[in-house]
Design a protein around this ligand. Structure first.
Ligand SMILES: *[C@@H]1O[C@H](CO)[C@@H](O)[C@H](O)[C@H]1NC(C)=O
Ligand SMILES: *[C@@H]1O[C@H](CO)[C@@H](O)[C@H](O)[C@H]1NC(C)=O
Ligand SMILES: *[C@@H]1O[C@H](CO)[C@@H](O)[C@H](O)[C@H]1NC(C)=O
Ligand SMILES: *[C@@H]1O[C@H](CO)[C@@H](O)[C@H](O)[C@H]1NC(C)=O
Ligand SMILES: *[C@@H]1O[C@H](CO)[C@@H](O)[C@H](O)[C@H]1NC(C)=O
Length: 440
């Protein structure tokens, strides 16, 4: 009863504080109004769920690329189910899905095109060698919008999950949507469904906005991360619902020796008003952070039925850094663990990684977290010769809902920082140290 009352007060307070000043991503990229509007049906597309429309999409994009109109072009997808193989986007394009429009990946994965591995990963994330191109792919683009009236992009993922389970995959599975080396990207008012692998993957990008999206995949679908900003800057994610089989949002920046050599960080990443559910983490950083991750803000996050609420993860061999991260106003209902910051998570691309490439984790503030039915409060496990520093916890209440406000205590090692108003009380490493650079 007491917990319920406090939850109610907390929710009301969230509501009021977000009502008073609604901050949005809209300043990052201006929404372009296109001068020209062409329909995918002009290129012979048939939305009957049977006809293969690859030629229509490829020709429409070719047309837009080679007959550029002042102010760019809107490619309209009317209601219907448009089956297609993967295709590339082009610059100055708005891909517009009407209400009831579905762009659906073909079930035939046998002639899915392969592309080169990302240089910051050195190989495919799952398997050595190249990787299957994403269903909707953009490389070296500028000024692209994917939007509409909440139409659906459906990755037909079951075909790929089955190959993963049967261990018959030859290369790394495709993402649903990927932008590589692109800028000024907006993804809004679209439903993403059944991605073969990660859902939305901006890599080596800047100025990316994702808002008003729903991302849905079964809880047991393998590696279906929601949104993974990767070696990208100025990424803003807001007002979205994500329920998948892996981390809802995971900020990354390359893998071990390849990521260190490529040296491209993720910076200035904002995540706000995102809710959802997953057997893994709600807001994650890592574990691939070899190019560095800095200036991350995640706020007003509501998580239900989770593996871990907030998870910052790296490993020896990763190198890189994670610094200046603030996560606040987080509500967690049902989770195995509330908060985890760990230095021993994730595998290596090959045995050429340098075990002495130790990551630096410095300046992580987590505050205003309310959790109910959280089985274990927190685990902070630094790297032995590279302890985590300036880890600051304020105003965190995690309840197990069984014995009242008394979940098992925090566990910590190799960490320095400060904690105030944290319940259950955190480990002595955080209590006995002075605030230092943790602002009180
Ligand atoms: C684009 O044209 C289609 C007809 O082909 C029309 O139904 C639609 O409303 C137009 N969309 C916009 C955003 O102008
Ligand atoms: C799409 O673009 C990629 C990268 O720019 C290129 O390698 C590939 O050939 C293109 N694929 C198709 C199907 O157009
Ligand atoms: C990135 O894209 C730009 C075009 O926008 C191109 O000039 C540049 O070569 C690309 N860089 C890489 C590394 O592919
Ligand atoms: C689309 O979904 C968003 C929530 O993601 C909602 O706010 C918006 O009103 C919907 N738009 C339409 C046109 O249905
Ligand atoms: C930390 O990150 C915040 C939010 O991105 C930014 O406003 C601030 O300037 C950063 N601080 C430093 C010291 O870089």
């Amino acid at each position: 009863m007491f917990v319920r009352l406090l939850t109610l007060i907390f929710l009301c307070w969230c509501f009021v504080s977000s009502e008073s000043e609604v901050i949005t991503c809209s300043k990052i990229v201006a929404f372009p109004n296109r001068a020209d509007n062409i329909s995918i049906t002009d290129f012979g597309a048939v939305g009957d769920g049977v006809t293969l429309n690859t030629k229509a999409f490829t020709e429409a994009i070719y047309n837009i690329q080679h007959l550029p109109r002042e102010g760019g072009t809107l490619l309209y997808v009317p209601p219907g189910v448009y089956l297609t193989q993967p295709f590339n986007l082009t610059s100055h394009l708005t891909l517009y899905l009407a209400a009831g429009a579905v762009i659906k990946a073909t079930q035939d994965s046998s002639n899915w095109p392969l592309i080169a591995p990302l240089p910051s990963y050195g190989r495919g994330r799952e398997l050595p060698g190249g990787r299957y191109m994403s269903f909707i792919h953009g490389d070296g683009l500028h000024d692209v919008v994917i939007t509409g009236e909440n139409g659906t992009i459906d990755g037909h993922g079951d075909v790929w999950w089955k190959m993963w389970r049967q261990r018959t995959l030859q290369f790394t599975r495709p993402n649903l949507v990927e932008f590589v080396n692109s800028s000024d990207i907006i993804i809004s008012n679209v439903i993403f469904k059944n991605s073969p692998f990660w859902n939305i993957h901006p890599v080596y990008c800047s100025n990316v906005v994702v808002r008003f999206v729903s991302i849905l995949a079964p809880r047991d679908s393998p590696n279906t991360d929601g949104i993974d900003p990767d070696s990208s800057s100025n990424v803003c994610i807001e007002d979205s619902y994500i329920s998948t089989g892996d981390d809802l949002v995971a900020v990354k920046s390359g893998w071990d020796e390849y990521g260190i050599a490529y040296g491209r960080p993720s910076s200035d990443i904002t995540v706000r008003r995102v809710s959802g559910s997953s057997p893994f983490a709600g807001i994650a950083i890592g574990s691939e952070t070899s190019g560095g991750v800095e200036n991350v803000v995640a706020e007003h996050i509501n998580l239900y039925n989770m593996g871990i609420g907030l998870h910052i993860k790296t490993n020896s061999g990763r190198g890189g850094y994670i610094r200046n991260v603030t996560m606040s106003h987080v509500y967690i209902e049902e989770a195995r663990r509330g908060i985890k910051i760990s230095g021993d998570v994730g595998d290596h691309p090959d045995d050429r990684f340098d075990p002495n490439a130790l990551p630096i984790v410095k300046g992580v503030t987590i505050k205003n977290v309310w959790g109910v039915k959280v089985l274990q409060a927190g685990l902070i496990q630094g790297v032995k010769n590279s302890p985590f520093t300036e880890v600051c916890l304020y105003d965190i209440n995690l309840h197990d809902g069984v014995t009242g406000p008394r979940t098992p205590p925090w566990k910590c090692s190799d960490v320095f920082g400060f904690a105030n108003l944290v319940n259950p009380s955190p480990c002595s490493e955080l209590i006995t140290h002075q605030p230092g650079s943790c602002a009180a």
